[in-house]
Design a protein around this ligand. Structure first.
Ligand SMILES: [Fe+2]
Ligand SMILES: [Fe+2]
Length: 481
């Protein structure tokens, strides 16, 4: 059997020859019931008996890897899929630069590697937990299907990390795998590991912002782990990235459709000032200033996921050959970074300044900069929708010092423009920049579900094309309760 094809004859679909790897298969089969319990307890609320038009990977060939069909979510075949092994792959950075990539965990870096895998693994079920209520208020069957697609694939990403833990880390790997099913997003006693994954995703605009901004942090992390000298991790992450692209598509097009609908409604009503919030809201659409506030929130929460700008952990992981830079192999330098520097935004004497730091310790900052650049693309699209409708309003990314809980700016307050302000001004103006309770209540008031085939809630435009090229009146979810 070729590595491209996925073996569906075992209980756990895979392309890693689990059929002949009895010990790992046994460990995974032992973990499976707990996963299914977790899915029932913490996965999408309701709709578990509905047929959902989902894609499932049948191959890891980038030219064609998924097939679409109706599946009940609990019957989704969560599998272990690794991208094909590259022949003669070498460690592409760090102290081991140029040495053959490792097929086994190097003993000296075991703890660090395990920690990175656990942190990545923890985010996957967390987002499913955060989004579990959203099916009930889906603005269409199309959107509901996209939500469930993202959810089952995040579940698969958890499997991907659990496979690595169980295959390569022995007993402590198995314990970590169990812990991944025990923590819960937002739980007081055993929360998920990272801040943004303990926040609420209360409505569909949050969901789109989350898939645009927070899944994109995931993309950056997966890209840098895909560079890893530990080859099984690299191959796992490479395949996860193919699935991840759809999650960000859901976010980007979702926000586009909200913005589009708002602009259409404003035009039809003859509204010239998009900042006239009350007038726009009276139309039953989400005003652009509120969309900006949601964007501010999700972007700043996602920036925190990159950790401290200056970090010896990041330097160690790079030196060790465990976690590289975004598109490491395409960067033209020595890939060791022993003597180079990188400009870092820091707080110096009460001012925000750019300071050259050793490139090695500034790796988080660099990845975050790459992330910001990647985020800009969506903003250009959304702003084009707004300007095409004849409005001057522009959505923008807030300054990196705005609303931060981690890193250089965690102890100061800054405006979205990056102006430092005192506590009193922040207390006064905070509601202008972040969604207030009233904003949340208004958005919640729009979240009435639309489950008729081909129907869409009035606050969001239909998509340009269907999933898998299906027509507008396609029944993406056959609801069975
Ligand atoms: Fe994921
Ligand atoms: Fe994702």
């Amino acid at each position: 059997m070729s590595i491209m094809q996925v073996d569906y004859s075992t209980k756990i679909p895979n392309n890693v020859n689990l059929g002949e790897d009895r010990q790992v298969l046994k460990a995974l089969e032992g973990w499976h019931p707990g996963y299914i319990d977790w899915w029932h307890d913490m996965g999408p609320e309701g709709f578990q008996q509905s047929l959902v038009y989902l894609r499932t990977a049948y191959s890891v060939d980038p030219r064609g890897w998924a097939k679409f069909d109706y599946v009940k979510m609990p019957d989704y075949r969560w599998g272990i899929l690794l991208a094909p092994q590259e022949e003669n792959r070498v460690v592409p950075f760090g102290e081991h630069y140029g040495e053959p990539a490792w097929q086994e965990v190097p003993g000296e870096h075991r703890a660090m590697l395990r920690r990175l895998i656990v942190i990545q693994g923890d985010t996957e079920p967390a987002s499913v937990e955060q989004q579990r209520h959203l099916g009930r208020t889906a603005p269409s069957l199309y959107d509901m299907r996209n939500l469930f697609q993202v959810n089952v694939e995040e579940g698969r990403h958890l499997w991907a990390m659990v496979y690595l833990l169980q295959k390569y880390f022995g007993r402590d790997g198995r314990e970590e795998a169990d812990e991944l099913l025990r923590r819960r997003s937002g739980d007081e006693d055993s929360p998920r590991m990272l801040g943004a994954f303990n926040e609420k995703t209360p409505d569909w605009l949050s969901f789109f912002m989350f898939t645009y901004f927070t899944d994109r942090d995931g993309k950056m992390q997966l890209h840098s782990l895909a560079q890893s000298g530990f080859d099984p991790l690299s191959r796992t992450c490479r395949f996860m990235l193919t699935e991840e692209a759809h999650h960000m598509f859901v976010g980007e097009t979702g926000i586009t459709r909200v913005v589009q609908r708002t602009c259409e409604a404003m035009r039809a009503a003859g509204i010239d000032d998009p900042a006239d919030v009350a007038k726009v809201r009276a139309l039953g659409v989400i005003d652009l200033p509120t969309i900006q506030k949601k964007l501010n929130l999700h972007y700043s929460l996602s920036l925190d996921l990159f950790g401290s700008e200056v970090s010896t952990n990041a330097a160690n992981a790079f030196n060790a050959g465990i976690k590289g830079r975004y598109r490491e192999t395409q960067i033209e330098d020595d890939h060791r970074l022993q003597s180079s520097t990188y400009p870092v935004l820091k707080l110096v004497g009460g001012e925000i300044k750019r300071v050259d730091e050793p490139a090695l310790t500034a790796l988080n900052m660099r990845l975050r900069d790459d992330y910001t650049q990647d985020c800009v693309k969506g903003l250009l699209r959304w702003n084009k929708v707004i300007s095409s409708a004849g409005y001057e309003f522009k959505l923008g990314l807030p300054h990196v010092a705005f609303h931060r809980a981690i890193g250089e700016f965690k102890d100061v307050h800054a405006t979205p423009e990056g102006l430092l302000i005192d506590d009193a001004s922040w207390a006064k103006r905070g509601d202008d920049w972040l969604p207030s309770t009233a904003d949340g209540d208004f958005i919640a008031s729009l979240m009435t579900p639309v489950t008729e085939v081909g129907g869409f809630a009035p606050w969001i435009a239909p998509p340009k094309v269907g999933i898998d090229n299906k027509p507008g009146d396609f029944e993406y979810v056959k609801i069975e309760t």
